[in-house]
Design a protein around this ligand. Sequence first.
Ligand code: IPD
Ligand code: CA
Ligand code: CA
Length: 256
Amino acid sequence: MPDYLTLAIVAAREAGALLREGFGQATRVEHKGAIDLVTDYDRQAEALILARLRAAFPEHAINAEESGRTAGSAREWLVDPLDGTTNFAHGFPQFAVSLALTEHGRLTVGVVYDPLRDELFAARSGQGATLNGAAIRVSAVRSLDQALLTTGFPYDIRTNPRNNLAEFTRFQLRCQAVRRPGAAALDCAWVAAGRADGYWELRVSPWDVAAGALIAREAGGRVTSPAGGDDFLGQDAIVVSNGLIHAEMLAVLRDE
Ligand code: IPD
Ligand code: CA
Ligand code: CA
């Protein structure tokens, strides 16, 4: 079987090196929406990743944030070349490259690379999750009351009422603290590494969370839709946790 994970790691590291060089430089920023930004680095990093994937696996489908989706294969790569663009554009050091592979709709490979910390999170389905090659494991925090959570907000927060503000308020009153770091892929990977106990977000895209979700699951965590189903990839909302606080998180989302 071709080594999909190794190729994904090479591509993520190359794209990450490009982002690291560009971080803090004056960069051209365009608006995709009122507060939704894109930089030259999003596009350059994506072009680099797509060139790598196409050269190695020309028959695979690709769903990439900046250039869209090509269909026609049971194997599809989900590509976020720069997760955390707002942070990157402001010089706020929290962003990553995210690459995942689905085979017949199942997540089989996930890589999240944080170039500033040189931290490479990776997983293959059924084989555990690693950070720079060492096995990682979710936290052992047992109750929401003691939990540190992360979340994020959609770009149309000003106009769409399903904007996560009500959920944010509820969680903030029930857990130890909620952070909003600004890169969904790292939010998931940090649950996997036990740095946070849970993460939820409404209206994310598959390329934001696919890799991180596999990494969290392989690190012993639980990943579902807010309704509790395993079909989170086909949905636009996700709950990632250490497993122990998952039921409590779902209850808060149901407003119970
Ligand atoms: C965004 C980040 C952010 C999350 C948004 C995403 P982008 O991705 O992951 O943390 O709250 O929902 O769209 O635009 O920086 O790739
Ligand atoms: Ca993203
Ligand atoms: Ca992005």
